[in-house]
Write a protein that binds this ligand. Structure first.
Ligand code: DGJ
Length: 744
């Protein structure tokens, strides 16, 4: 790994054994991109890759010549208004109304390691030899402002991390109305764009389209990354598969409004931009002030989509997630939400916890409804003290009883919200986000607290910290159930209203940071009506997230499969719930529900185990034993998607331990098929020289097979009943088989 600067041509080359990223200072002092992809040689001048062809109707920088047009050059961080008519990375409005800027190279700094970003989530290093960083400072004389582009390359990860910082050295305030975290101009447009979109309860379903001239973009202007779009996109070559070919991943380490965009210009250059969504964004940069963008990551793979995902998984798991729970396996939990909703008291909860403890569950989580007057959706949010009618001994009393059972105790909060029917709202009606003289919309009868105001964050922190200091709490589920409307903050002047969305999310991050610092042992799980804020930003604070409010196994196959493109298994909360399923009234076998949920690092149950039949209880006991045995490989193994559930009746995936000694293979069949064909599953990532003993979860012995055989000839996964006449024992729809491989 290294960062090379060649004086002649003023060329920067960031490289490790696998990838190269090359750009240079162009003739006009701005930066131009030369290459991003598989490693190419260092100590070579690539500046002749900058193309200067005459193009009709282009605008040219230098008088009397037709060789240098910003509209035709591949740039590093482009601005609008001086010949480049494509969508820019930066836009700054000045006192005289102009938005034209010209940031030119001043100096650069190359150093070992990677600096942290103040107040923002970001990937990090533990030792400076893990990565190198380049900071390039550019300056605009007319507005007396600096722009610092930062690039980090990791030694053993195929990732470039980028961010941008603006500093106002002048006397006039500036308004930054667009500041992307990265821009990357690629030389062609022969890519399929793969986004992960959906809705509440069906998050992160892959959707692909080939890039075309014009703009294709996804984003969120909801104040959260959202269920609908996710701040992670892949660009792959049309012939790239899960295992072969090149792909580029774009990950935004941020949880608020975002946009990821590809603009294909008239000469097939593709401009990628990732950053805070410009809609409603207007940051006033006073003289002397600094604005820091969030971090964006560019991942490169020449080993297909699985290779890209594996790079992202390892990076997010090892160098984005922090704290005690980063490397630890998570406790098997029971959550009372789908078991009780708002209908519980202390004894009922303890009954659920006791039964769960008897089954081997390690953590009891009390969900919504434990506080103030919260008996339903309309009241109580904002008043973070125990409802003494339900919990006469408070949270401390309940936690003590749960602890006496030998379990850990977890608690639900929704810190960012308030109901109008609450003491907090009655005392501080001006603390919600609302626009003067306009009716504030509600979502689930609740309003968003103005987290752009430090005093609001302080008040919530004080209430939460009191409970956490008083009772012994091991886990927090941090929920967030509505998006921001009528955005406006009473605490800021008119010319700073464009800052509120970003300041809000900075407030959320600051509350997380304070709680993490004071209570470092707590395991946080983020949640936003399921997966409405499942993003890399959140993972910096909460190592796992509730993947979706849909707990139906057949839907979860798709949601978890889609999520796995960008995010590690360790980040996914996955629970077994009862059937018929509460979201779509579907019945799936208990085995399938367990098998699918095993593939989330936050495995648990969302039901009252007291209500299971003896046979179901036996099965649940076995599931819990298996979850504990398998969580090491789930959390630290290498994951491979084998066959997708979107275009196939049978979906398959597997995870292999880093030493290749063990593997788990999931084969899920949506609809049963009569007299079904033979079926083979071609495995990946095994040691081709090893012999593996293959068993099924229920203990059936499937014999001894070579790694080479399993990867090339395939694992036989034909259902044993195929071709038989239907009987009651024959598996029906939504069936699952889980194979366990252990090297001899
Ligand atoms: C939405 C979450 O996603 C659910 O799991 C549950 O916690 C409810 N909120 C509680 O209101």
């Amino acid at each position: 790994m290294g960062i090379e600067f060649l004086e002649e041509g003023r060329q920067f080359h960031l490289y490790n054994d696998d990838i190269s990223y090359v750009f240079h200072v162009m003739r006009n002092g701005q930066l131009g991109n030369l290459y991003f992809g598989k490693r190419i040689a260092t100590n070579r001048d690539y500046t002749d890759r900058e193309e200067h062809s005459y193009r009709p109707v282009s605008a040219y920088t230098y008088d009397h010549e037709y060789s240098f047009s910003l509209g035709d050059l591949r740039q590093e961080y482009p601005a609008y208004g001086t010949g480049d008519f494509r969508d820019p990375a930066v836009e700054i409005k000045q006192e005289n109304g102009s938005t034209v800027t010209n940031f030119t190279y001043q100096k650069h700094r190359i150093f070992a390691g990677k600096p942290r970003l103040d107040g923002l989530p970001a990937t990090y290093v533990e030792n400076n030899d893990e990565a190198m960083t380049l900071e390039v400072t550019l300056h605009d004389d007319v507005i007396a402002a600096d722009m610092v582009l930062t690039y980090t390359i990791y030694a053993n990860r195929n990732v470039i991390a980028r961010n941008v910082r603006f500093i106002n050295h002048g006397k006039q305030p500036l308004h930054i109305t667009k500041a992307m975290s990265l821009a990357l101009d690629l030389p062609d447009s022969n890519y399929d764009w793969l986004q992960f979109s959906g809705a509440w309860a069906r998050e992160r379903q892959p959707k692909a389209r080939h890039l075309q001239q014009g703009i294709q973009a996804i984003g969120s202007t909801r104040g959260a990354s959202s269920h609908m779009q996710n701040p992670f996109v892949i660009l792959k070559r049309p012939n790239t598969t899960e295992d072969l070919g090149t792909a580029i991943g774009l990950t935004f380490v941020y949880s608020g409004n975002f946009r990821i965009q590809a603009e294909v210009d008239t000469y097939d250059v593709t401009r990628l931009t990732v950053g805070i969504h410009p809609q409603n964004f207007d940051w006033k940069l006073n003289p002397g002030a600094v604005f820091q963008t969030p971090e964006a990551l560019i991942t490169f793979s020449h080993t297909g989509l699985n290779g890209l995902s594996q790079t992202n998984h390892a990076l997010l798991r090892e160098r984005l997630v922090r704290g005690k729970w980063r490397d630890r396996n998570r406790p098997v939990l029971i959550n009372n939400w789908e078991a009780t909703y708002f209908d519980f008291d202390e004894d009922k909860l303890v009954q659920i916890a006791k039964k769960a403890r008897d089954c081997g569950i390690e953590l009891f989580v009390l969900d919504d409804g434990w506080f103030s007057t919260r008996n339903g959706e309309t009241s109580g949010l904002g008043d973070w003290w125990a409802n003494r009618d339900r919990l006469p001994n408070g949270i401390k009393g309940l936690a003590t009883r749960v602890k006496k059972l030998g379990m850990k105790f977890g608690l639900w909060f929704e810190p960012e919200m308030v109901n109008k029917d609450s003491e907090l709202y009655r005392n501080h009606p001006d603390w919600i986000i609302q626009t003067p003289h306009r009716h504030p919309s509600h979502g689930r009868q609740q309003y968003v607290l103005d987290f752009s105001r430090p005093e609001v964050v302080d008040a919530i922190y004080t209430m939460m910290a009191k409970i956490l200091a008083d009772a012994d709490i091991d886990y927090i589920k941090w929920d967030m159930n509505r998006n921001i409307t009528e955005v406006y903050s009473a605490a800021y002047p008119a010319d700073q209203q464009g800052e509120i969305f970003h300041r809000y999310i900075l407030g959320v991050y600051s509350l997380y940071e304070r709680l993490i610092n004071r209570f470092p042992d707590i395991l946080f799980e983020s949640c936003a009506s399921g997966g409405g804020r499942f993003d890399a930003g959140m993972l910096y604070y909460a190592p796992q997230a509730w993947t979706s409010d849909c707990s139906d196994a057949a839907e979860r196959v798709k949601i978890q499969y889609g999520t796995s493109y960008g995010y590690p298994l360790s980040s996914m909360g996955a629970h077994v719930s009862i059937t018929p399923n509460h979201q779509l009234n579907r019945s799936t076998p208990l085995k399938t529900r367990g098998d699918i949920a095993f593939f989330g690092g936050g495995f648990g149950y969302e039901l009252d185990l007291n209500k299971l039949t003896p046979a179901e209880q036996k099965a649940v006991n076995a599931q819990i034993r298996f979850a504990k045995q398998s969580r090491e490989i789930i959390n630290h193994g290498i994951f491979y998607r084998l066959q997708d559930p979107f275009t196939h009746n049978i979906a398959t995936w597997m995870v292999v331990s880093p030493d290749k000694r063990h593997a788990l293979v999931e084969v899920y069949k949506m609809l049963n098929d009569v007299n079904a064909p033979f079926h083979l599953t071609y495995l990946r990532g095994l040691d081709s020289k090893a012999q593996y003993h293959v068993t099924e979860e229920e203990g059936q012995d499937c014999g001894l097979h070579g790694g080479d055989e399993l990867m090339n000839a395939g694992l036989i996964t034909t259902d044993e009943q195929a071709g038989q006449v239907a009987t009651e024992d024959i598996k029906g729809d939504f069936s699952s088989r889980l194979f366990i491989l252990d090297a001899k």
